[in-house]
Design a binder for this molecule. Structure first.
Ligand SMILES: [Zn+2]
Ligand SMILES: [Zn+2]
Ligand SMILES: [Zn+2]
Length: 97
């Protein structure tokens, strides 16, 4: 590997997903918890909360599902994060890109 910019090898796993729970974090909604920011799994549409949230359900979703890439579900934010490569990608990864 050269020292050029790191590439994520998981972008072809990204699909054109619709959020399963458009109103918030799936687990927080079920448990009556509060979240800070939301993240959308780009493989299955799971909506989870960020690591600043008490539940950290976005990260828990990665650990249980091994879906590598999620993107911000915040209005006005356009970025993706790969948990496997720990790589921040802006703008967000698009399906078929
Ligand atoms: Zn990756
Ligand atoms: Zn949550
Ligand atoms: Zn997922």
């Amino acid at each position: 590997m050269s020292s050029s910019a790191q590439r994520c090898s998981h972008v072809d796993q990204v699909r054109d997903v619709a959020p399963n729970t458009p109103n918030g974090c799936e687990e927080c909604l079920a448990l009556g918890m509060h979240w800070v920011h939301l993240r959308l799994c780009q493989e299955c549409g799971h909506v989870g909360c960020c690591d600043q949230s008490q539940g950290k359900h976005g990260t828990k979703h990665f650990h249980s599902s091994h879906h590598p890439i999620m993107k911000s579900f915040q209005p006005g934010e356009d970025w993706s994060w790969c948990y496997v490569d720990e790589l921040f990608m802006e703008p967000a990864v698009e399906p078929g890109a």
